[in-house]
Design a protein around this ligand. Structure first.
Ligand code: F0G
Length: 473
C-alpha cells in the first residue's frame, strides 16, 4: 500500500520533538535466543573450523552475521501473506509486487527473483561476456563472483576516501568518475557492457552514494552509451543518507529521493532480503525490453515462471508491503540511529570502526586493532572468531578471507581493508541486546594483543569465505 494513502502510516507523524529515538514498533511475537558456555563456544568454533558460517544458529546468542533476510516482518506483511495468490501464472500477488516495484523504481520490466544473486546471474549471463570489464564502486561478493563466472573482470573504482576507514566523507560509497573514464578509455567501450553502482556500498562499510555522484556516473555512461545499473539492496538507507547529508534534499521524502536515484539508472538488481524487509525475495528490473526478454527466458529455465520467479505468491506480498515500510521516515531514522549507537559503543571500547557508520552495519577495523596480525593471517577473521568465543556474538569477516586474491605462487594479494562487519537485522534486536554486544567488544579489545591469526587449510574455488576451513596459526 502506498504510504501516502495509509492513515496509520507512521510517516504521517514524524517523531521529532524528543531526543530519544524510539523503535517505531512494539514487539508482537518473540523468539528465544541461545545462551552457551565458553567451553561450548570453543567446541563449536573448532567443529566449524574457525568459519562462523559453520555454526548452528542455536550456538549463537546475538547473530549479526547479516541483515539479509533476518529481520522481523510487520503485522501488515504477515496480513499481506494471507492474501498470497498462488496462481502459477499472472497472480494478483505479482500484480501488487509489480505495481510497487514500478511505482518506486519507474522501471517498466520487472522480473521477480528468489534473491539478489539470482537477479545478478540473469543480468550478467545475458549482458556480460568473456573478456569484458564491469566497473562498480565496489562489487559485493556475489556480484563479483557472478561477473567473474562469465569470464569478465569486476573492477572496483571507489573514490579514495572510501578506502580510508577514518575519512568522514559523507558519501564514501561514491564511484570515482575519473577512474571510470580511464577504464573505458583503457579497455574500450565495447568491452564495458554496463556499470553497476552498489547503494549503499556494503563491502566498503555500508557507505552511501550521493545523487550528485550518480548523476556524474550517468553522464559518463551517457557519453559512451553504456547502461547504468544499480545494485539497490539498501536503496532506502541510501535515500535516508542523501536526505541527511546531501545539500538540497532535507525536505525531500525518502521515496522522492529513491525515485530520483532509480531515474538515473537503466535498471537494477535487488535483494528484497534487505530493504524489502522480507525473509526472501528480489528482482531484476530495467527499461530495456529486449534484454529483459532474454533474462526472462533464463528466469524460466532456472527460477520459475516470470510472474513468480522462484517465490511463493505470499512472498511477493510480503515484499510488496516491505518496500513501502523501508521508506518510512520514522523507521529509517531509528535504523540509522541504532546502527550509529553500536558504532559508538565499539569506539568507546577502543575498537576503531569505519567512519561514519553505515546504515545496516558497523564495521570494526581489525587491521588497526590487531596490527600484530598480518593480512596473510586474516586478522578480521581472528577478531570475528574472538567475538564469538567471548560472548556468542556472530559477525562476518569482510577482509582478505572474503576478498584476498590467491596467486599461483601460493601467496595472496590482500584485501584493501580488514573488517569485521556487525550487521544489524531489521527491527529485531533491542537496545539492551546492543549494549551487550558493546560489552563483548570491550572484553575482546582489552585482550586484543593476545589474539592470534589463522591459516586456511581447505578452500573452494568460488566465494571461499562461506566454506573455507581455518586453524589458528
Ligand atoms: N548485493 C549486495 C550489495 C548485497 O549486500 C547482497 C547480499 C547481494 C547483492 C546479494 O543478495 O543475498 O539476496 O543473493 N548481501 C548479504 C549480506 C548476503 O550479508 O550482506 P542475495
Amino acid at each position: 500500500m502506498d504510504p501516502q494513502s495509509d492513515p496509520l502510516h507512521t510517516d504521517r507523524h514524524p517523531q521529532t520533538s524528543f531526543q530519544t529515538i524510539i523503535e517505531p514498533f512494539r514487539v508482537h511475537s518473540v523468539e528465544p535466543i541461545a545462551f552457551t558456555t565458553h567451553a561450548e563456544r570453543l567446541a563449536a568454533l573448532e567443529r566449524s573450523r574457525y568459519n562462523l558460517f559453520g555454526l548452528k544458529a542455536s550456538e549463537v546468542t546475538i547473530d549479526l552475521l547479516t541483515d539479509s533476510g533476518t529481520g522481523a516482518m510487520s503485522t501488515r506483511q504477515w496480513a499481506g501473506m494471507m492474501m498470497g495468490d498462488e496462481s502459477y501464472a499472472g497472480s494478483r500477488s505479482y500484480e501488487r509486487f509489480n505495481e510497487t516495484v514500478t511505482s518506486i523504481t519507474g522501471f517498466s520490466e520487472v522480473l521477480p527473483t528468489h534473491q539478489g544473486r539470482a537477479a545478478e546471474r540473469l543480468l550478467f549471463s545475458e549482458a556480460v561476456g568473456s573478456g569484458d570489464v564491469v566497473p562498480s564502486n565496489t562489487h559485493f561478493d556475489t556480484t563479483r563472483a557472478n561477473v567473474e563466472h562469465e569470464g569478465a573482470e569486476a573492477r572496483d573504482l571507489l573514490i579514495p576516501e572510501g578506502k580510508d576507514s577514518q575519512s568522514e566523507h559523507p558519501f564514501k560509497g561514491n564511484l570515482d568518475t575519473a577512474s571510470l573514464e580511464s577504464t573505458i578509455e583503457e579497455v574500450g567501450r565495447e568491452r564495458v557492457p554496463l556499470v553497476i553502482v552498489t547503494i549503499t556500498n556494503n563491502s566498503g562499510g555500508g557507505q552511501p552514494v550521493s545523487l550528485a555522484n550518480l548523476r556524474a556516473v550517468r553522464e559518463v555512461c551517457d557519453r559512451h552509451g553504456i547502461p547504468l545499473f544499480l545494485d539497490a539492496c539498501r536503496f532506502a538507507e541510501n535515500a535516508w543518507f542523501v536526505k541527511q547529508r546531501e545539500p538540497g534534499y532535507s525536505d525531500h521524502s525518502p521515496l522522492e529521493i529513491a525515485r530520483e536515484m532509480f531515474a538515473l539508472a537503466d535498471g537494477a538488481t535487488m535483494s528484497a532480503k534487505k530493504d524489502g524487509m522480507s525473509n526472501i525475495g528480489g528482482f531484476l528490473a530495467m527499461n530495456d525490453r529486449d534484454l529483459a526478454a532474454r533474462c526472462r527466458n533464463l528466469l524460466i529455465l532456472t527460477e520459475g515462471f516470470p510472474t513468480y520467479g522462484g517465490l511463493a505468491g505470499y512472498d511477493l506480498e510480503a515484499v510488496a508491503v516491505g518496500f513501502w515500510e523501508a521508506l518510512d521516515e520514522n523507521y529509517l531514522r531509528y535504523r540509522a540511529r541504532s546502527t550509529a549507537y553500536l558504532a559508538e559503543l565499539a569506539e568507546k571500547a577502543g575498537v576503531p570502526t569505519v567512519r561514519p557508520p553505515g546504515g545496516h552495519a558497523v564495521y570494526l577495523d581489525a587491521a588497526r586493532l590487531l596490527p600484530h596480525i598480518p593480512s596473510s593471517q586474516y586478522p578480521a577473521q581472528a577478531l570475528a572468531c574472538a567475538l564469538y568465543l567471548e560472548g556468542g556474538v556472530r559477525g562476518v569477516e569482510i577482509g582478505s578471507l572474503m576478498f584476498g586474491k590467491p596467486q599461483e605462487n601460493g601467496t595472496e594479494i590482500p584485501a584493501e581493508m580488514e573488517l569485521v562487519r556487525l550487521a544489524v537485522p531489521r527491527r529485531t534486536y533491542t537496545q539492551s541486546h546492543i549494549d551487550y554486544v558493546g560489552e563483548v567488544i570491550a572484553a575482546v579489545a582489552r585482550n586484543s594483543q593476545d589474539l592470534r591469526g589463522l591459516r586456511i587449510i581447505d578452500q573452494p574455488l568460488w566465494l571461499r569465505h562461506f566454506t573455507a576451513a581455518l586453524e589458528p596459526v
